[in-house]
Design a protein around this ligand. Structure first.
Ligand code: NOJ
Length: 572
């Protein structure tokens, strides 16, 4: 189908994700804050994004940087005040931009008062979390946390185990308990009433647990986490949530649904979710064994190979795999909708992962932008990707802030008996901290992010890669995004068109092409996804170029330059 009859504002919108801690610090405490965002709204407006999603800014002890919430209705001190938040919403709305809040309801912080009360059997909230009695020596089942290590912690106060699918400071709420659900819906309505434009629902597929919490299947080097996701009551909970909260508002809902395939995603759509966050296209750059397994490279290579070589090995991608992942979701959801991102606060930097952040940083970042903004999906831009910000070097384990990376690095060092230096290249290509280094605003101290000591190291390359430089340079990655966003906004075919997947094939394994078609209009997107020139059959490129990352004078007919991207007019 795919006609424009199913128009929705959130399909046409481009979302910009802000990691507030690392965006802009207005008060010199080294941590980004709401006022910092308010001060930079014009930068976002000029870029041309429509929706801003901010990662959690609620009161939190920051074990997982805000994804461990201590109080859902209070702004974290470091981030400012509720008055700052109100101003942020008003300033965005004044510019016709919208605001999405992160909704983290699979777990709270262990410092949330609900958990504190739950530790006391007589506190009235004894079953608000998932507790099991038993010997302190033996956890209730074999589950491991999504961050590594056991998923259970023994609480000395209550003398019982509690479940945490993430960090031990993130105990899972017991969604079986209707009082818990009511308290969550109340909180959601509090924010909806304040006028927000939607939620990004964190780990929402985890909230319903399998009855009896059975052991997961496991083998020598694998562990089946499917049990954690899309549990038996998930859609009942989602429908109840919809009826009690978001169904009554015109909002955009993005479900982060680990473990969901397109069939499962459709059930979330029936529940009222507009799009789900999927991960398959992110997995294509990992080796066998997944994100944190370096075995396919080997410790000796990690210890001895040069940076360029390691970065390439740790981000190898078969373009056909990327296409299979995109296609799986695009075709899998049918007439429903997807979102797409190439970077986020949970991923490494898009240009380092999918492009070449050394020799062809500018060209390949623009190619990634062309890819992202030409799919049938709401694009999510992650802060700094519009500048082509890159992964960083993590010279010392003490510099690591990410709870996931810290745990994994400890395990890798212990399992392989190697010093941190051996693992450091792996951290440069895996840790979420790479996306969390401060936004690079200018070439001044700390990249213009803060007057104080930044909470996380600034990437050394800020003197060359920064927003001030990008704004001044009409050929910058920023301006490319800005022009392409404007182009997409005017182009129904890029938003709503059907997609036909054309390349790669055996002849052109490193060239991507897809066609978008709508009501007689047709464009062909051709991306030379490599640092070498490639001459195509002229049929491919014999059409007017509507958009591209090389100037007309630099284009060379049917020969695509390294990382060249073209959007061609193929309308009859
Ligand atoms: C997904 C979030 O994106 C991630 O940053 C967080 O660590 C986990 N959910 C747990 O809340």
């Amino acid at each position: 189908m795919n006609t424009t009859t199913n128009r929705e504002w959130w399909k046409e919108a481009a979302v910009y994700q802000i990691y507030p801690r690392s965006f802009a610090d207005s008060d010199g405490d080294g941590v980004g804050d709401l006022r910092g965002i308010v001060d930079r709204i014009d930068y976002l407006d000029r870029l041309g994004v429509d929706v801003v999603w901010i990662c959690p800014v609620y009161d939190s002890p920051n074990a997982d940087m805000g994804y461990d919430i201590r109080d859902y209705r209070t702004i974290m001190d470091e981030m400012g005040t509720m008055a700052d938040w109100d101003e942020l919403l008003a300033e965005l709305h004044d510019r016709d931009m919208r605001l999405l809040m992160d909704l983290v309801v699979n777990h709270t912080s262990d410092e949330h008062e609900w958990f504190q009360e739950s530790r006391d059997l007589d506190g009235g909230k004894d079953d608000w979390y998932i507790w099991r009695e038993g010997s302190p020596e033996e956890p209730p089942n074999n589950w491991i946390s999504l961050f590594g290590g056991p998923a259970w912690t023994y609480d000395e106060v209550r003398e019982a185990w509690y479940l945490h699918l993430f960090d031990e400071k993130q105990p899972d709420l017991n969604w079986e308990n209707p009082d818990v659900r009511d308290a969550i819906y109340d909180m959601m309505n509090f924010w909806l009433e304040k006028g927000i434009d939607g939620f990004r629902m964190d780990a929402i597929s985890c909230i319903s647990k399998p009855p009896g919490l059975p052991d997961a299947d496991t083998g020598e080097d694998w562990f089946d986490m499917d049990l954690y996701f899309n549990g038996p009551r998930i859609h009942e909970f989602m429908r109840e949530m919809a009826a009690e909260t978001f169904e009554n508002y015109d909002v955009m809902l993005i479900g982060e649904t680990p473990g969901a395939d397109p069939e499962e995603a459709k059930k979330y759509y029936e529940d009222g979710v507009d799009m789900v966050v999927h991960f398959d296209h992110m997995d294509v750059t990992y080796g066998p064994g997944g994100k944190w397994s370096p075995d396919y490279v080997g410790m000796e290579t990690l210890a001895s190979a040069g940076d360029d070589e390691l970065d390439a090995m740790l981000n190898t991608m078969d373009l056909a795999d990327l296409q299979a992942a995109i296609r799986y979701w695009d075709e899998g959801v049918g007439d429903e909708w997807n979102c797409l991102y190439m970077g986020s606060h949970d991923q490494t930097r898009a240009v380092s992962r999918f492009g070449d952040d050394r020799q062809y940083r500018r060209e390949s970042a623009k190619l990634v932008a062309t890819f992202l903004l030409s799919q049938r999906a709401t694009p999510f831009l992650y802060q700094g990707d519009e500048l082509g910000m890159t992964n960083a070097d993590w010279d010392s384990a003490d510099d690591i802030r990410d709870v996931e990376a810290r745990g994994q690095v400890e395990m890798l060092m212990a399992d392989h008996d190697v010093p941190y230096e051996t693992i450091a290249p792996f951290v440069r290509n895996r840790s979420r901290d790479n996306a969390r280094t401060p936004m690079q605003w200018d070439d001044g101290e700390n990249a213009g992010f803060t007057d104080g000591d930044p909470w996380i190291q600034v990437n050394d390359n800020y003197p060359e890669i920064n927003a001030a430089e990008a704004l001044d340079d009409s050929d910058s990655i920023y301006h490319y995004y800005r022009r392409l966003l404007a182009f997409r906004r005017e182009s129904d075919v890029l938003v709503y068109g059907d997609t036909e997947y054309v390349l790669p094939d055996e002849t052109y394994p490193n060239v991507w092409a897809h066609r978008r078609t709508l009501d007689g209009e047709s464009v062909l997107v051709v991306l030379n996804w490599q640092g070498e020139e490639r001459t195509l059959d002229t049929d491919w490129v014999d059409a007017p170029v509507l958009f591209g990352n090389y100037a007309a004078s630099e284009r060379d007919g049917a020969t695509l330059r390294p990382y060249e991207a073209r959007i061609l007019d193929r309308s009859e």
